[in-house]
Ligand binder design. Structure first.
Ligand code: HEM
Ligand code: FPP
Length: 285
C-alpha cells in the first residue's frame, strides 16, 4: 500500500535527526552573533539553508548506513531500517535537501553557501563513508562538520572567515570527541556488533574514559579564549560550565561505567548550548 505524503514527511522529519539539528542551528546563530552584525535576510537564509542541508546530510547518512543501523539496537527502529524509506530514496531526498540548503545559503553570500556544503560533505564523504568504518579517529576529523555550522553563521553576517569564527569552530571541533565517545562508550557492544571501530570498542573502558576526560580538558581553553570577543560575563559562565563538565569527566574517569558515560554524554549538549546561548545573549544586548 502506498505511503501517504504526510506519513512520508513524518518519516523524513524523523530521519533528519531534529534532536541534533537544533544545536547545529544554535552554533550557526552563535557564529552570526560573534560577528556583532545583524542582517535579517542572510540570517534567515543560513538557518533555513543550514537546517535543510544538515537534515539532508543526516538522511543520506542513514541511507548509506542502513545495514549497520539494522544491527545496532539504538538505530534499529529508524524508518530506513523498518523499510518505510529505501536506501536509494533516502540518498536521493537527502541529496536534494543538501543541494537546496546550499543554494539557499547563496542568498546570504557564496562563502555561507560554501560552509553549508562543506559541513554536509565532511559529514557524508569524510566521516560517514571514509573514516567511520576505518579508524577510531573518525569523529576527531568528522568533528569539523559541526564547525562548518558556526563558520556558516559568521560568514552570513560578514562574508568572511576570521579569527573569532575560526575559534568558535575549533571549540565545536574540540567538544565533539567528548560528546560522542561518551555515547559510544555506552553503546560499545552495538558498535562492536556493527563492526564500527569506535575508540571505546577498541580500548578498555578505563582508557576510553581517560580519553574522554582528556579531550574535554583540551577543549576547555578553546571555550575560555572566546571571552576575548565576548567579555568577562562570558568568561564567568564558561568557567563554571567547564568546571562542571571537567568534574563529571573526573567522575567518569574514576568510575568508567556505561551509566557514567551516558551522564557525560547527556551533559555534553547542554554544556555547548549554554556556551552558545551566552555568546548570543551577550552579543545581542
Ligand atoms: C561527527 C561528529 C558527531 C558525531 C559522530 C555525533 C554523534 C551523535 C550521536 C550518535 C548521537 C545520538 C543520536 C541518536 O541516538 O539519535 C548524537 C546526539 C546529539 N548530537 Fe552529536 N555527534 C556529532 C557532532 C555533533 C555536533 C557538531 C552537534 C551540535 C553542535 C551535535 C549535537 C547533538 C545533540 C544535540 C544530540 C542529542 C543529545 C541528547 O539526546 O542529549 N552532535 N550525536
Ligand atoms: C553546516 C552543516 C550542513 C553541517 C552538518 C553537520 C552535521 C550533519 C553533523 C552531524 C553530526 C552527527 C549527529 C553525526 C552522527 O552521525 P552518526 O552516523 O555517527 O550517528 P548515528 O549512529 O546515530 O547514525
Amino acid at each position: 500500500m502506498a505511503t501517504s505524503p504526510t506519513v512520508k514527511l513524518i518519516y523524513y522529519a524523523k530521519l533528519s535527526k531534529p534532536r541534533i539539528i537544533w544545536l547545529l542551528d544554535l552554533a550557526a546563530l552563535a557564529g552570526a552573533a560573534l560577528s556583532s552584525r545583524f542582517l535579517l535576510i542572510p540570517l534567515i537564509s543560513v538557518l533555513a539553508g543550514g537546517t535543510l542541508a544538515s537534515g539532508g546530510a543526516m538522511i543520506i547518512n542513514e541511507g548509506i548506513e542502513i545495514d549497520k543501523d539494522k544491527v545496532m539496537k539504538r538505530t534499529s527502529k529508524r524508518p530506513t531500517v523498518m523499510g518505510y524509506v529505501s536506501k536509494k530514496e533516502a540518498i536521493l531526498v537527502g541529496s536534494v535537501m543538501l543541494a537546496l540548503g546550499t543554494a539557499i545559503g547563496l542568498i546570504a553570500n557564496p562563502l555561507t553557501s560554501f560552509f553549508i556544503l562543506l559541513g554536509g560533505l565532511i559529514y557524508i564523504l569524510v566521516y560517514t563513508i571514509w573514516l567511520k568504518p576505518r579508524t577510531p579517529l573518525n569523529i576527531v576529523i568528522g568533528g569539523f562538520a559541526g564547525s562548518a555550522a558556526a563558520w556558516a553563521g559568521y560568514a552570513a553576517m560578514t562574508d568572511s572567515f576570521t579569527i573569532p569564527s575560526l575559534l568558535l569552530g575549533l571549540l565545536i571541533f574540540m567538544w565533539t570527541p567528548g560528546h560522542f565517545w561518551s555515547l559510544a562508550l555506552k553503546y560499545k557492544e552495538d558498535y562492536s556488533k556493527a563492526g564500527i571501530p569506535m575508540l571505546p570498542v577498541l580500548l578498555p573502558e578505563k582508557d576510553s574514559a581517560k580519553y574522554i576526560a582528556i579531550s574535554n580538558a583540551l577543549m576547555a581553553p578553546f571555550a575560555l579564549i572566546l571571552y576575548l570577543y565576548v567579555g568577562l560575563p562570558y568568561l564567568i559562565v564558561t568557567s563554571i560550565m567547564t568546571a562542571l563538565l571537567l568534574y563529571n569527566s573526573i567522575i567518569l574517569f574514576r568510575n568508567p561505567t556505561a551509566e557514567e558515560a551516558w551522564k557525560s554524554f547527556k551533559i555534553s549538549a547542554p554544556y555547548l548550548a549554554v556556551i552558545l546561548l551566552t555568546i548570543i545573549i551577550l552579543k545581542i544586548i
